[in-house]
Ligand binder design. Structure first.
Ligand SMILES: [Zn+2]
Length: 267
């Protein structure tokens, strides 16, 4: 019996892989992106209703977040169109919100639902560094890392159940899984960390996305140096899995020439 289940799971894993056109990497993808976006929309609205959202009309911080978000989303929409990669943003309805919190954090759920916590802004200090972090979070979303993580969890914890079935049969567990995947809610410490490969992809494409929007990607270096000395409570998602600041900085240096090409073209 165990053997049969194992074979079935192997079958699910082999047939459930999709080639990601952004990264060129094969990913486990058992979940419909549209299903994830639907779930994201509802969780996003719940989160906003339970937190203090700042308005860009009266808050300088929220105005910054809106401006950076608008520039990045516009730039990557245009860029993907020139590359024939419009499908990466299928179903996206961008929303950028700033919530008052001392946590140093930000995230982007499927479909382009972004939140930045005010605790991040004293560390980013300028919009180019804010663009690096928002670009990183948007890259996780566009690279479908959440789908990959949810798919892995459905195989490991729910025997390869479809998301709709999991939602119907184990609604609470499935919702918890989703929240942990995106690091939402007060228990950031309970978040499932992204893999190192996912983090590296988010750094690489995040740098490119901020450069496409006309922000100087070199600000990333100073930002990560500031970040490594910033204290605070539970670590934000973008610090969760990196082996060391030094490794991250080395990789950023490696990605920088490519990002600079986009930056120079945008300015
Ligand atoms: Zn990350």
């Amino acid at each position: 019996m165990k053997k049969i289940i194992y074979l079935l799971l192997t079958f699910v894993i082999l047939t459930g892989c999709a080639l990601n056109i952004l990264t060129g990497r094969k990913q486990l993808s058992l979940v419909q992106e549209s299903e994830l976006q639907l779930m994201a929309k509802s969780e996003y609205n719940t989160f906003l209703s339970e937190n203090k959202v700042l308005s860009s009309g009266s808050s300088r911080e929220a105005a910054s977040v809106d401006r950076v978000g608008a520039r990045i989303s516009k730039a990557i929409t245009k860029y993907f169109a020139t590359q024939g990669q419009e499908s990466l943003l299928e179903g996206y309805k961008w929303e950028f919100n700033t919530v008052e919190s001392k946590d140093i954090n930000a995230w982007c759920m499927p479909g382009g639902k972004v939140v930045v916590y005010t605790g991040l802004l004293p560390v980013t200090k300028n919009e180019a560094a804010l663009a690096v972090v928002m670009g990183h979070e948007i890259a996780h979303s566009v690279a479908k890392h959440g789908n990959e993580r949810m798919s892995q969890a459905l195989v490991q914890q729910m025997g390869g159940m479809a998301l709709s079935v999991a939602l119907a049969q184990k609604p609470q567990e499935t919702q918890d899984l989703f929240m942990m995947t995106y690091g939402i809610g007060s228990e950031v410490g309970a978040m499932l960390p992204w893999s190192r490969q996912q983090e590296t992809e988010a750094d690489q494409y995040g740098l490119i996305f901020s450069a496409l929007a006309g922000y100087d990607p070199r600000e990333a270096i100073a930002f990560w140096q500031r970040m490594s000395t910033a204290g605070g409570g539970s670590p934000p998602e973008f610090l969760s899995t990196h082996p060391s600041d030094e490794t991250r900085l080395k990789k950023l240096e490696k990605f920088m020439p490519e990002a600079m090409k986009y930056y120079n073209a945008a300015n």
